[in-house]
Design a protein around this ligand. Structure first.
Ligand code: SF4
Length: 100
């Protein structure tokens, strides 16, 4: 009885380790590089997700500004204070890979 239990634990333990390794490899292979400017802009934006800028939420706004590399729209909620921060962030990250 003990032998069967130990065998089951060993088999399931080994299987879980193998599946964990497979998940890690899959994560690395299919990893989507995120633009660091988007994360910084998300911290600067109000996070209200109101859509007043014409985008469904703050993240879509940040992604679009990072892709274009310029602040062609302004967040009406954050106004000038946020616009200044976003311009600084975009200037800092100019020339980096834009993957959204
Ligand atoms: S207007 Fe500003 S707060 Fe509203 S969704 Fe756009 S970026 Fe976010």
């Amino acid at each position: 009885m003990i032998k069967e239990i130990l065998t089951a634990v060993a088999v399931l333990g080994s299987l879980s380790i193998l599946l964990g390794i497979a998940i890690l490899i899959t994560m690395k292979v299919f990893e989507v590089k995120r633009d660091p400017a988007v994360d910084e802009m998300m911290e600067a934006l109000p996070g209200v997700n109101c859509g007043a800028c014409g985008f469904p939420g703050c993240e879509q706004f940040a992604v679009e500004m990072a892709k274009k590399g310029e602040l062609y729209k302004v967040c009406p909620v954050g106004k000038d204070a946020v616009a200044i921060k976003l311009r600084e962030i975009l200037k800092k990250h100019k020339g980096e890979v834009k993957n959204g």
